[in-house]
Ligand binder design. Structure first.
Ligand code: HGY
Ligand code: MN
Ligand code: MN
Length: 415
């Protein structure tokens, strides 16, 4: 049996289905960082890691860390991974596919008793989406050693701080630094992920090599006006926070619509007190701005903030704008792109390079290792939606490409 035949698209899909059942919602998939659902998913993943011949542990930040030793114990590793948390009402494959596929590849190595001149590690990051606490990449930033401890004071929608959530998860918030790895331990970081876009499907390609991960800025905006009786306050005397926010949302959309390759989204908006007969006194909303060019993204973020301030000044309401996340465009390393391309070509497939509009843990891991990514086609490019889907055949193709990449991986000789 050929080496790559040992990986099973069917087993990958079965594991994806099992993970999808670890959800906070009965009729779909929501799995937030440090939730009971993440604990259940992490236990499943750790079990599959051990079955595949790996050691497995939950690190200080709640990531699942698995390791398959090389020809000798303690060697530097090729680190693979992706994330186990999801957005709300999510698809099953965003994040999970990369973790499950990497474990499947290690299982194939172990089944043949293969030991490589490096260790292989697989990490299931606990928080890439940043849905619960607003800041994103918390798990991978901890591994990269770049996490700002002030994030411990971030609170979720119920007022639970990250510090408390870690404690409830059985982690010591004073020890989050223990999750950090040394650069010398990691030869490279590589991630398999669904494309979350339409390009591969449109060109009838199952896989592609990622060139870069677009940079992102996230803002949290609070607008304070004056709540009042919806029936008695004349329109001319109102300081309606929601009407002001509505104008701001359109200003965000307009700024991006007038630019090339720039996208901006208001993904969440909460109006308070949220009663049908009360003029909203406070509104909170988020802004997500992305571009392949950092200068364009930074300029757009500045313009958006200025537009929000101008709308609020004119309407006599107060705006507070906080930046909750910023990461520059993360280029994939050419030497890793070449090795991923060779693995794709060895599968008899054309090599297509493409950028990632979606963010990934590689944006954090680039601070500690060179990064590479391989995309797998997803139906209609749909993602962050229950209709997100891939085929078992493409899952198998992605796994064979990743296994070829692992088995032929050549660490870059540092000068
Ligand atoms: O937001 C993103 O692009 C990623 O899915 N976290
Ligand atoms: Mn996502
Ligand atoms: Mn993802």
């Amino acid at each position: 049996m050929s080496a790559t035949a040992a990986v099973s698209g069917a087993r990958i899909m079965a594991h994806i289905e099992a993970l999808a059942r670890c959800s906070a919602q009965p009729d779909g998939l929501t799995r937030e960082y440090l939730s009971p659902e993440l604990r259940a998913a992490s236990d499943l993943v750790a079990g599959w890691m051990r079955e595949a011949g790996m050691s497995a542990r939950i690190d200080a930040m709640g990531n699942v860390a698995g390791r398959y030793e090389g020809v000798a114990p303690g060697l530097p590793c090729l680190m693979l991974g992706s994330h186990l948390d999801t957005v709300r009402d999510a698809g099953k494959y965003d994040g999970m596919l990369g973790v499950v596929t990497a474990i499947e590849c290690v299982r194939a190595l172990a089944a043949r008793g293969v030991r490589l001149p490096f260790a292989v590690e697989v990490v299931g990051f606990g928080d890439e989406e940043g849905v619960r606490f607003g800041a994103t990449l918390l798990g991978s930033r901890a591994v990269a050693g770049t996490l700002d401890p002030r994030v411990l004071d971030l609170a979720d929608g119920d007022g639970v701080t990250l510090r408390d959530a870690l404690g409830r998860y059985g982690r010591d918030p004073a020890r989050i630094g223990d999750a950090a790895r040394a650069r010398a331990e990691i030869l490279a970081y590589a991630e398999l992920h669904i494309e979350q876009g339409p390009v591969l499907e449109a060109e009838n390609l199952p896989v592609g090599v990622v060139t870069a991960i677009n940079g992102a800025t996230r803002l949290a905006v609070t607008i304070d006006g004056m709540a009042g009786h919806a029936g008695t306050v004349p329109m001319t005397l109102r300081r309606d926070a929601l009407a002001a926010a509505a104008e701001c949302v359109l200003a965000v959309e307009k700024r991006a619509a007038n630019a090339t390759e720039l996208v901006a989204t208001v993904g969440r908006l909460d109006a308070m007190p949220g009663a049908v007969n009360v003029i909203p006194g406070r509104v909170r909303f988020t802004v997500d701005i992305r571009s392949p060019r950092d200068a364009d993204r930074v300029a757009a973020a500045g313009d958006v903030a200025a537009a929000i301030e101008a709308v609020c000044a004119r309407r006599g309401v107060r705006a507070e704008i906080a930046k909750t996340h910023e990461s520059g465009t993360a280029p994939c390393a050419p030497w890793l792109m070449e090795q991923l391309a060779r693995a794709i070509a060895a599968e008899g497939l054309p090599v297509r390079e493409l950028p990632s509009g979606a963010g990934h843990d590689g944006m954090a891991m680039i601070d500690i290792a060179d990064i590479g990514m391989v995309f797998v086609r997803c139906k209609g490019g749909i993602s962050h939606h229950p209709d997100e889907s891939i085929t078992a055949e493409d899952a198998g193709t992605g796994a064979r490409v990743l296994l070829r990449f692992i088995e032929s991986f050549q660490a870059r000789r540092t000068a």
